[in-house]
Design a protein around this ligand. Structure first.
Ligand SMILES: Cc1ncc(COP(=O)(O)O)c(C=O)c1O
Length: 394
């Protein structure tokens, strides 16, 4: 299978991990040789309830027997999407009430950019240096790393950058700014949490100049930080909220949420201002609804904080300089990219899945399913500590 994978399936890197997957259940993935891997990555924060969660599976199966795709997004009322958007509204503060469902995080970011431009009549979008918001042209244009974007130029116009957690840049947000797009916790940059009321300062500045605050919760959202949305930790409400990944419980989804009045701007003047065929797909929406119900009706969010404490207490080693992040969105900071890579690869050999971050190459990602047990955490952390004894410092 590996040879065919490399030959026929378009690749993203010259050296993919290439595990040949047989099946997955709970916190474990099994390869075709029967080897078991403990999953400390959860499909890069997407499998919030682990693999094959019974509630998600049941919702998918039930919906499969009713109907699949029946019409493009927005024409027919389909119960899974209606219930999902209603439940999201019930868990969100005012004025976040109306949700547009799409197929991926990057699409949701593009929708949010369009909405901000449409709602303000302005064009400038401001993002943070080292942010990651996705790979379609709108989201990619918010990437400051020119090495990665230059070959694909031109990006969309009128995008500029501020530095996350740096007040000096706030005055770059002006009356020309349509929207400021920020990850609530920066992911690719190294799981950088907002400090010194940074998000509140950005929101205040946005209010002063009439710009919109767009928070990307595609990674920190859906309970991963111990609250349903990361912004709840920082006493700030975005004008547009973007979600994805963990919302789908392992199925592909993206969503952006705003006030009802703002969202109607996408359906009028011009009408069909944002359209999609498969957004709000009934099976995917059913999986997301089950996921959201499970996260909000269980102790998973409170437990995420206990599990964070456990991980922090176990992973003490001279090669771990710092553990960044919040809840079950954690990054081990090692002395070098070489060491980080060595840890990821050796752990995979030892049956533990870890992964890298996009821009902070010294970091090792720990974003397990929210459903991981304390015993599984102990097992995975013991593997990391074992492996660290063999890692060679460069
Ligand atoms: C913060 C953030 N925004 C946006 C995206 C893009 O989401 P997707 O890959 O579903 O398009 C990601 C994916 O890693 C992400 O972490």
């Amino acid at each position: 299978m590996k040879a065919d994978f490399l030959k026929y399936q378009a690749q993203t890197t010259p050296h993919p991990l290439s595990m040949e997957v047989q099946r997955a259940e709970g916190s474990y993935i099994y390869d075709t040789s029967g080897k078991r891997y403990l999953d400390f990555v959860a499909g890069v924060s997407a499998c919030s309830l682990g693999h094959q969660h019974p509630r998600v599976k049941k919702a998918i199966k039930t919906q499969l027997d009713k109907y699949l795709h029946v019409m493009v997004y927005g024409e027919y009322a389909q119960s899974p999407a209606v219930q999902l958007t209603k439940l999201l509204a019930q868990h969100l503060p005012d004025p976040l009430e109306s949700t547009y469902l799409v197929n991926s995080g990057t699409e949701a970011i593009d929708g949010a950019i369009k909405l901000a431009r449409r709602a303000t009549g302005r064009t400038e979008i401001i993002a943070a240096l080292d942010a990651y918001h996705g790979n379609s042209y709108g989201a990619l244009s918010l990437m400051s790393n020119k090495e990665r974007t230059a070959p694909f130029r031109p990006m969309i116009g009128d995008v500029s950058f501020i530095k996350f957690n740096c007040d000096r840049y706030l005055e770059r947000i002006t009356v020309k700014t349509a929207g400021v797009v920020l990850e609530t916790i920066q992911g690719g940059a190294g799981f950088v949490v907002p400090t010194n009321g940074f998000l509140n300062k950005v929101k205040k500045r946005c209010e002063e100049v009439g710009a919109l605050l767009i928070l990307d919760e595609i990674q920190p959202g859906m309970g991963r930080t111990g609250k349903l949305f990361g912004f709840e930790h920082y006493d700030v409400t975005p004008d547009i909220l973007v979600t994805g990944k963990g919302l789908g419980g392992g199925m592909p989804i993206g969503a952006f949420t705003a006030s009802h009045a703002m969202m109607t701007l996408l359906s009028d003047n011009p009408k069909l201002g944002h359209i999609t065929t498969f957004g709000g797909h009934p099976v995917i929406a059913a999986a997301a609804l089950a996921t959201l119900r499970e996260i909000t009706e269980s102790n998973l969010m409170a437990d995420a904080l206990k599990k964070e404490k456990l991980i922090r207490s176990l992973l003490i080693h001279p090669l771990i300089k710092e553990i960044r992040g919040s809840g079950l969105m954690l990054a081990l900071m090692t002395p070098s990219a070489h060491i980080a890579s060595d840890i990821v690869l050796r752990c995979q050999d030892e049956g533990l899945i870890l992964f890298w971050l996009l821009f902070e190459t010294r970091a090792v990602r720990i974003t397990p399913p929210l459903t991981i047990s304390e015993d599984e955490i102990r097992e995975g952390c013991a593997t990391i500590l074992d492996v660290l004894n063999y890692v060679v410092e460069d």
